[in-house]
Design a protein around this ligand. Structure first.
Ligand code: 7TS
Length: 419
């Protein structure tokens, strides 16, 4: 067969089949207050596909054992599955080596690890850590703790009225005392996608390493740590259709090797005597104690699931939803969208004139629509926009335009009730 006819006979790339995707998530069939569940709180956590639920069940039914220590079959199976997931994460992030992948409890623990290991061993009084004004608390507070411990200074790059990073200010704040830059890849409160590639380039020109908080990015766009050239990248399993209690820290090999352990205990040592202990190689040096083995295997299943659908396709689907939702929301009198940066991920934060966001959240719930209402663990963002809180709809690969319509109908209902 000639190459030409092969192309001609190749099946059409199937369009994104959201109903098929939805069928993989048992929870989406739930009713809430007698109404079909419309789950739009995906930035808080995502629902789990059958593949992940089955992987967890399969692990406990056929594999369960501790890893890295048993000579018996189950322990070998568990170790293979655990380390196999590390390799899968490496591929997912396009890291150079599986040794650069550290399993943590989540994004929060990954950032604390970098602050306490890298930061505490390298930063001194007067050194500066640079973050942005749109960070989640977990990319603020660990640095504040570090600053208290070593006398370093936290510098904050402001954001504009659309929720965009003010890059000129970033260039100004980045200075001779900057020792580390820590930025969200995507803002959880506003949806802003930060210009991280440019930010990294500039930081590196100053010899400053960069940590990216990828909690809101990893499930919604392809992430390539080598193309980004970031030094650390953190994300959470539960926001990418995997279990809670498992997350990832990617760190450049040279940096991780030079860093002291974060926690001490079993599995992270090479030798122990009462006088002195020595450490295992990376990444085990950073994985003290029995890890979340089941969660890791569940994360592996989640990444496989996401890769099967494809992050490009997911990103396109969610961009379509955001565009549709933003258009519909703009038509609602009294509704103000908070976060209108030109580069946005599928997050729609809003306030309604005369109705507190918590009341919006409660009324939406009565209609089966789950959103988050509050400060989204980003209090400085609320202060920046002079709101106590926002209501936030956040989209995932299984959401539909009909669900956006349900959201808008529920908002109309809230307005009706509050007159
Ligand atoms: N960074 C960002 C940008 C986040 O959105 C979150 C969680 C975290 C870090 C922390 O992740 P964890 O898995 O370690 O808790 N964000 C949210 C949210 O927006 N609503 O609930 C949790």
């Amino acid at each position: 067969m000639s190459a030409v006819s092969e192309v001609a006979l190749a099946p059409q790339e199937p369009a994104y089949d959201v109903e098929r995707v939805r069928a993989e998530f048992p929870i989406l069939a739930e009713k809430v207050h007698g109404k079909p569940l419309v789950y739009l709180d995906n930035a808080a956590t995502t629902q789990k596909p059958r593949a992940v639920i089955d992987a967890l069940r399969g692990y406990y039914e056929h594999t369960n054992a501790n890893i890295h220590r048993g000579v018996h079959v189950l322990s070998q199976r568990a170790t293979e599955a655990y380390e196999g997931t590390r390799e899968r994460v490496r591929r997912f992030l396009n890291a150079a080596s599986a040794r650069e992948i550290v399993f943590t409890r989540g994004t929060t623990e990954a950032i604390n690890l970098v602050a306490q290991s890298y930061g505490r061993s390298r930063l001194k009084a007067g050194d500066e850590i640079l973050i942005s004004a749109l960070e989640h608390h977990s990319n603020i507070v660990p640095w504040q703790l570090l600053c208290e411990q070593v006398g370093a200074v936290l510098r904050v790059v402001p954001i504009g009225d659309a929720g965009e990073l003010l890059f000129e200010d970033y260039e100004k704040v980045l200075g001779p005392r900057t020792r580390l830059v820590a930025l969200a890849h995507v803002s959880n409160a506003l949806g802003t996608v930060l210009p991280v590639r440019r930010a990294i380039e500039l930081a590196h020109a100053h010899g400053v390493p960069v940590l990216l908080d990828g909690a809101q990015a990893a499930a919604h766009q392809p992430v390539d740590v080598r193309a980004l050239e970031c030094d650390f990248y953190a994300f959470s399993g539960h926001k990418i259709y995997g279990p809670t209690g498992i997350g990832v820290l990617y760190g450049r090999r040279g940096l991780l090797e030079a860093m002291p352990p974060y926690q001490g205990g079993g599995d992270m040592i090479r030798t122990v005597t009462f006088e002195k202990s020595t450490w295992a190689d990376i990444p085990h040096k950073f994985e003290a104690g029995t890890p979340n083995i089941a969660g890791t295997i569940g994360l592996g299943a989640a990444l496989e699931f996401v890769e099967r659908i494809g992050l490009e396709a997911i990103a396109a689907h969610e961009a379509g939803l955001l565009e549709y939702a933003s258009g519909r929301a703009a038509e609602v009198p009294g509704l103000r969208i908070v976060g209108t940066a030109p580069e946005k991920a599928g997050i729609l934060s809003f306030v309604l004139e005369g109705i507190h966001p918590h009341d919006i959240g409660t009324i939406l719930d009565t209609q089966g629509v789950a959103v988050r209402a509050g400060h989204h663990c980003a209090m400085p963002v609320m202060q920046r926009f002079h709101v106590p809180a926002t209501a936030r709809a956040s989209f995932a690969l299984y959401n539909t335009r009909a669900e956006v319509d349900a959201l808008i109908a529920a908002i109309d209902k809230a307005k009706e009730l509050f007159g």
